[in-house]
Every structure is written in structure tokens, then in C-alpha cells.
Write a protein that binds this ligand. Structure first.
Ligand SMILES: Nc1ncnc2c1ncn2[C@@H]1O[C@H](COP(=O)(O)OP(=O)(O)OP(=O)(O)O)[C@@H](O)[C@H]1O
Length: 362
């Protein structure tokens, strides 16, 4: 689909339809982000997240579609054509492979944007020092990037992006390079900066925790397309693809609903908590699955025979992979596992209460 007949772009925030065609891979993603809003693009490796961000920054040409920021078109290959080079886009980027100028001190890195906006040297440096203070690096202004830790460099990069007063902020895996402890602190700090931002921000991550904590809205991208969109709560409660289900730790099935049952392709039928009709999803957490040596009786649950396909540690419990008519993950305590004597190939009975199975339209 192209944009030749498109109406005027929305006047505030980001309005984009990103089409990048590489033959084997095609990105086709519509993205609208309001001023003050942070959207996370979440998805597996190779989904096209970085390509989307680079297209927004002007580092990747669109094949079709458009990018407009606050009503001004930055890229539109068709319909007359328009392309604004990266340096004129008023976009702040914090990219993995594009963090800092290695030959400039931290303060000069941060002063770069304000200088280019026309501020005098002293004024730009004062502003930069102020921004370094705001990201907790007031004493590090004289250091070069090579003399900073990964986390510090990341914060200088954020200060540099923010000091340029961008109309749009782009962050590519902003916390990926950090160790667990630094990551925690930096995430809190980054969240504060994003919350204070007047313009839109787009963040790329494949860490669901980063996405949930930093973004107002998630756009899940798979194979170049948005497959699910919404706030963290709705996406995690009602996953629509196996990727998201795995990410949020739910067993997910698709089938045909009739009243309070969903019939799966395998022929197995799940009794669920909601009444629905037609193409539907059914989901339940591994913790909802109880395992038994023999058929449990006398309870209104879903029960089925399963074969243990694997057992591994998962936090303070064991995660059991079950094969059979309903392939599922089940979480059991080490004590329960010992009692059941779980091992691969063993037959067990699995049970899930209908009340624990959520059903929603596909
Ligand atoms: N310069 C390039 N030339 C050709 N193909 C590319 C190029 N860069 C990326 N690709 C391909 O485009 C697709 C999307 O890649 P992209 O880097 O956008 O994915 P991603 O979602 O950011 O993945 P990751 O999480 O691994 O960074 C992939 O199939 C990738 O192999």
C-alpha cells in the first residue's frame, strides 16, 4: 500500500508509515506517537525494530510510506517525494553503535547539539554541564568516552540526545549493554527522563521488563509487522502470538470457542472461564497446571494425559515441558517434583481449573 492518497499528517507528535523493502525482508509498520508518549517496539531478533528506528532517524531510506513530525514531512518517497537529511530532523538518538564521539570529552559530546543550534561555546558547555549533572555525571565532564564505564557512556549519550532538545527521541536497546545492577538504576533514571519529555519517544528493546517499565504503549513487531499493540497490561494479559506468550510466560492456544469451551486443532477441548463463540485464544500460566501420577478425580477441571518432555530449573521452582494433546509448560515445586519422580518420557496427568484459563477473541 502506498501513501499517494494520504491525508495531511497529524499536527502533533510522530505520524509514520514505515515501509522498507529489502527483498527478503519487508518492514511495513504504522506508528503514531503523541507528544509526551513513549512507545516501545518489542520483538524478536530480525523483526525489523532497528530498521524502523534507523528509518525514523533518516539513516535508512523508506521505499514507501511517510514520516511526519509535528505536521512536517521528513520522508515521503512517493507523491512528489520529500527527504530531510538526518542532521535536519531534530531527532535525538541513543543508538548502540553510535554512542559518543570518542575524541571529545563528555561535556563536549553533550554540548555538540546546542553548539549546532547556534549557542556560543561557553553557553553550550554550561548547558552540557547542567545536563551531565541531571544524569548524575556532574564530575565526569572532562573524561573521554574511553574513560567511562558502559553505563556512564550510556548516560552521557542520553544527556547528549536530550540537550539537543529533540522533537523526537529514539533509543535503541538503551540498557542492553549494562550489567544487572547498573541496568536497574539506569532504567529508573531513564524512566524519569522519558516521563519529563515533551515530545514523543520511540524505544527499541527485546527485554519485556524494559518495555513495560519505560513505555506507555507497546507495539510488538514480528517479521516487519505490528502483530499486537496496547498498554503493558493488555498485551501481557492477552498475548496474541507465541512470541509474546513466551515472553510473558503463558501457555497460549488458538482454537474454536463454543460457550465456555475452546476446541484446539489437536481435538483437545479446554473448559475456560469466559463464554465466547468462534476463533479464539485460550491462555493460562504454567503455575496453574497441577501434575499427578494418576488421573485426579472429583473436580471440575481440565485433565489430560501428558508426557514429560523436559524439566529445568526456573527461579525457585521447576518448569516441566509437557507433550500430548495440549502441549504446555507446568511449574512445580522441587518437593512436588521429587514426589512425582519427574523425568523425561514419563507419563503424568495434568490438570487446570477452568477458572484459571482465560479466553479471548482471536
Ligand atoms: N544493512 C542490511 N542489509 C540487508 N539486510 C539487512 C540489513 N540490516 C538488517 N537487515 C535484515 O533486515 C531484517 C530486520 O533487521 P533489524 O536489524 O531491523 O531487526 P531487529 O528487530 O532490530 O533485530 P535485533 O533485535 O536482532 O536487533 C533482518 O532480516 C536483517 O537480517
Amino acid at each position: 500500500m502506498d501513501d499517494r492518497g494520504m491525508s495531511a499528517p497529524i499536527a502533533h507528535g510522530l505520524d509514520a508509515h514505515l515501509v522498507v523493502d529489502r527483498g527478503a525482508f519487508r518492514l511495513d509498520l504504522r506508528l503514531q506517537v503523541a507528544p509526551g508518549e513513549t512507545v516501545a517496539l518489542l520483538g524478536p531478533n530480525g523483526a525489523g525494530k532497528t530498521t524502523a528506528l534507523r528509518a525514523l532517524a533518516g539513516l535508512e531510506d523508506l521505499t514507501d510510506g511517510h514520516i511526519a513530525l509535528d505536521g512536517a514531512v521528513l520522508d515521503r518517497p512517493r507523491g512528489g517525494g520529500r527527504w530531510v537529511p538526518p542532521e535536519h530532523r531534530r531527532i535525538g538518538v541513543v543508538f548502540q553503535d553510535y554512542l559518543l564521539f570518542p575524541h571529545l570529552s563528555a561535556v563536549d559530546n553533550v554540548a555538540f547539539g546546542p553548539r549546532r543550534r547556534g549557542l556560543g561555546r561557553a553557553e553550550a558547555r554550561a548547558l552540557a554541564a547542567d545536563w551531565l549533572g541531571r544524569v548524575g555525571l556532574g564530575d565526569f565532564g572532562k573524561r573521554r568516552p574511553g574513560q567511562l564505564s558502559g553505563g556512564q557512556a550510556q548516560r552521557v549519550a542520553l544527556a547528549r540526545a536530550l540537550a539537543a532538545e529533540p522533537a523526537l527521541l529514539l533509543l535503541d536497546e538503551p540498557l542492553a549493554a549494562l550489567d544487572a545492577r547498573t541496568r536497574l538504576d539506569t532504567r529508573v533514571e531513564l524512566h524519569r527522563h522519558l516521563a519529563g519529555l515533551a515530545g514523543p519517544a520511540v524505544l527499541v528493546t527485546h527485554d519485556p521488563v524494559d518495555a513495560l517499565m519505560l513505555a506507555d504503549r507497546l507495539v510488538v513487531v514480528e517479521e516487519g509487522r505490528a502483530v499486537q499493540e496496547g498498554d503493558g497490561e493488555s498485551v501481557t494479559a492477552r498475548p496474541r502470538t507465541d512470541y509474546i506468550a513466551r515472553l510473558v510466560g503463558l501457555n497460549l492456544y488458538r482454537g474454536t470457542a463454543s460457550g465456555r469451551t475452546v476446541r484446539l486443532a489437536s481435538g483437545a477441548v479446554l473448559a475456560t472461564s469466559e463464554a465466547l463463540e468462534g476463533d479464539s485464544f485460550a491462555a493460562f500460566p504454567p503455575s496453574a497446571v497441577a501434575l499427578f501420577r494418576s488421573e485426579p478425580d472429583g473436580s471440575p477441571r481440565n485433565t489430560w494425559r501428558a508426557v514429560v518432555a523436559g524439566v529445568h530449573r526456573h527461579g525457585d521452582h521447576l518448569r516441566v515441558r509437557l507433550d500430548g494433546p495440549i502441549r504446555a509448560a507446568a511449574d512445580v515445586t522441587p518437593a512436588a517434583a521429587a514426589q512425582l519422580g519427574l523425568e523425561p518420557g514419563q507419563e503424568v496427568w495434568a490438570a487446570v481449573k477452568a477458572a484459571e484459563i482465560r479466553a479471548y477473541p482471536a
